[in-house]
Structures are given as structure tokens and as C-alpha cells.
Design a binder for this molecule. Sequence first.
Ligand SMILES: [Mg+2]
Length: 432
Amino acid sequence: MMRAEVRERLESASRKHSRGQFEPNHRNAKTVVHVDMDAFFAAIEERDNPSLRGKPVVVGGPKGSRGVITTANYIARSYGLHAGMSVTMADRLCPDAIHVSTKGGKYTWVSLELMEILRQFSPEVEPYSIDEAFLNATGCIHLYGSLKAYGEAIKRAVKRNLNLTASVGIGPSKVVAKIGSGLNKPDGLTIIESHEVASRLGPLPIKKIPGVGPATEKLLNALDIHTVQQLVDAPRSLLQMKLGKYGNDLALKMAGATGVDDVAIERHVEDKSKGHEHTFHADVHDKTRIHSQLLAQCERVCRRMRRDNYLGRRVTLKLRTHDFTTHSHQRVLKDWTDDPVEIYSVVRSLLDDVWREEDGIAVRLVGVSVAGLIRPGEPHGVQDDIFQIKRRTIRNDLFNAVDSLRDRFGENAVGLAAGFPTRRPAHSHIHS
Ligand SMILES: [Mg+2]
């Protein structure tokens, strides 16, 4: 298989996920398995180079460089090293760590092999990242006799074929399975059945919920919400007020997962968002090009928000590097907006957090999305101050004029100046 084809397959799989396909709708009849490889890149390096075994190993930027590490093996983790840490910091904490350069192509191949193995266990396998996948195991378990036997068979097959270990979580929903796979790493198998979801997940800290990063954790902690149970029990109006729709959705999702809220179990709560992604024709190192692409995306996203009369608050930057590492960082704005300039300034600073031109890591895909959408006029717990309303009106007139030009002459007719150089339709796709 050609490398491009491999990438395309991985990408189309991850697109499928972001659109929320996969979840069957019938009630309480689901078994979901989440498979997560242990210290994936580092484990592959150790496997292929026995001299690394038993030593702290990190994959990523050479020693003394300004890069970040993409993976640390478990020995390196015991020194406090972790993915995303700067090489400088890693050198300080563990000067003896052996640095191995990232070999994206090799990891992609192993990832494809992994997905092939998993397809022997379920007709529905959804690659979630390079080293993670969800399996819809509903209807497959009886072939193995028990959840435990099924989980063990998957782990054995991975070990036998790839000589690598995986941690497996099994539960009644994706979120439960994913949390489960993280509970007994490495080489773990965690089974959480419907009736034990509340007791096993409830006491966990909220940072165990997939997607809850340090910023959300801080916001929730400030509300004295520290555990999953406290989140589920929190007044929805409070969550809505402090975190917007996102807070509410998070509580709904967890309530559904813990089986406390019967209605929510079945409701596949889809977080409304507007987004745009772009895969570059060739991997890009140049920040200026990335900036102009991001600005163009912010414009598109905001245009679609204006068209559908939405304002949004939670801005996410997605960035995928050449080795298929995907970063997704978000920030919640103080106020709702549909202003591309405002959103772009947030996206730029998010980019500065996750990617530096100097590190020489090429970028393959960038995406911008805005979530936490409301329609102006709907109650959302904030008071517009008069100046903001005024500014919005002036800008709106401008944007409406721009929109009507684009309606008549096409997307490229007019745009914010910095957005022009990368305005290219190929490989772009939108979701709404
Ligand atoms: Mg992993």
C-alpha cells in the first residue's frame, strides 16, 4: 500500500469518528471495547532495538534540542517524563534518558497492522488515533464466552502479532471503555459493566474524562467539582453559566455513561460546532503559511456561523504533524462571538502553545472549530455589554457585505488579507 493511501485511510477513519458515526442507538445493548497501546512509539523502538530495553527511553527531539518528546516509556515516566514535555525539561529530570528520533512512517505501518488485527475481533473498528481504537463488540462476545475472554484474546493477538502490549477497556459506552483502558496501564484489562459504572467511575477525578484538559479541570475545581460523580450531580444551570453549553454536555455525557440519567444514556449528545479542516498538499514547516491557512479557516467557520445565526465560545485548534500526532487544544472565550479576528487571535495563541517552527516538526493538517454555540437571544447566562453589541453591529454590516460578495462571486472573491495565500479548495473539508 502506498504511504499516501495509508494516511488517507487513517484520516478517513478519524473523520468518521469526529462525525459521531458508530454508535448504534438501541438502548443498553452495547458493548464497546477501547484498545490503547502502551507507550506506543517507545515500545516499538524498544522492540526493534533490544539495547534500549530496561532503560529510560523517549521518542522525539534530540538531546539538547528545543523540541518536545512524543512518547516516554514507562521507566522514563517514573522520572516524571511524559509526552508533550520539552526536551530541556526532560534532560533536567532524567539526564540518562536515551532519545530516539521519531519515525512516523514506521509507526503508521504498525498502526495499520494493529487495526487489521482488531478487525478480526469486530466488523466495526474505529481507529481513534494512531495507537487507539474503539471496537463495537456487541454481538461478538458470545463467540468468546465472556467479556474477560474477549479482552484477553485481543491482547494476546496484539502481543503475538506485534510483540507489543495494549491496554483494553470494556464498557457499555465509548467513554466508559476509554476511561477503563487508562485505569490499569500498562498491559491492563479493565471491564466495567453497566451496573457498576456509577460506582467505578463516580469517584474518579474529572481529569480522567476524555477531553477534560487542565483548563476545564480548573474551571470545574473552582466550582468545587472534583469527581465524576460531583459533575453529574452539579446543577446544570451552574455548568451552563460557567462553562457554557460544553459544561452542560459534559455532565449529560457522564450522566449517560454512569447510568444515573436514563434519558441521557440513549441520547447521543452531539456538541454543536462549526469547523473547518485542511490537509496541506505537502507537509508544511512555515509558520506564515499556517497562520494564513488558519485565518482563512476562521473566516469560513465564522461565515457559516453567521449564516446559521450562531455565536460560539469554545475555540479548538487541531493540528496534526507529519507523524500523525494530533494535538487538539481549546480555549473558552469570555464572551460568545462570530468575529473571525477575535477567534483567529485565540487560534494563533493556541498554535504557539502546541507548535514551534524552530522545532522543525512539519504540519500535515490544521483545523479550527468553534463550539458551545448559541443563537443570540437565547438565554445563556451572560449580559452583553452595550459596547460589544455596538461593535458587533458594525462588524456585522461589514461581514454581511463580504458574505454577499462571496455568495455572488465565490469563496475566494474577498477575504482578510493574510488569508489569501493558502486559499485553496483541495483536501479541505467542513463539518457543521
Ligand atoms: Mg497509547
